[in-house]
Design a protein around this ligand. Structure first.
Ligand SMILES: [Cu+2]
Length: 139
């Protein structure tokens, strides 16, 4: 039964891997560990936006398999795959307010609903914000 479980997991994983691999800066994301449970895969597949952080010093935010650069203002579901106990995933609003989606110790997938207002937003790992960050414009 162990083998059966692995087979099912591998099949479900393929679309998620394709999405992650297709994201901008694919070279830096190639080492991302895929989510381990069906629940995690479902969260990632059903979300408007997908974030990933780790296992190395890599962070990304994607929509439909592409790195997010611009978004219309609105409310989005965000699923974050946090692949390391050394990184977190946070969003910084244009006014500087930080919303932490995963904390440093957490690994796995977490989902949240975020309301994006116009301006420049940043996604970042707070302990390593100098090198682990990206920005997108909401209008
Ligand atoms: Cu980090």
């Amino acid at each position: 039964m162990g083998a059966m479980h692995r087979t099912v997991s591998a099949l479900l994983l393929l679309p998620v891997l394709a999405v992650l691999a297709a994201c901008g800066g694919a070279a830096t994301n190639s080492g991302a560990v895929p989510p381990e449970t069906v629940d995690e895969q479902t969260m990632l597949a059903g979300a408007d936006l997908v974030g990933a952080v780790g296992p190395g010093f890599e962070i990304m935010l994607a929509q439909d398999g592409k790195a997010v650069a611009e978004l219309p203002a609105g409310t989005y579901t965000l699923a974050v795959a946090d692949e390391a106990a050394t990184h977190d995933f946070a969003l910084q609003a244009p006014d500087g307010t930080i919303t932490q989606i995963t904390d440093v110790a957490f690994t796995g997938t977490k989902s949240a609903t975020v309301t994006l207002t116009p301006g420049v937003w940043t996604y970042l790992c707070q302990p390593h914000s100098a090198q682990m960050h990206g920005a997108f414009t909401v209008s």
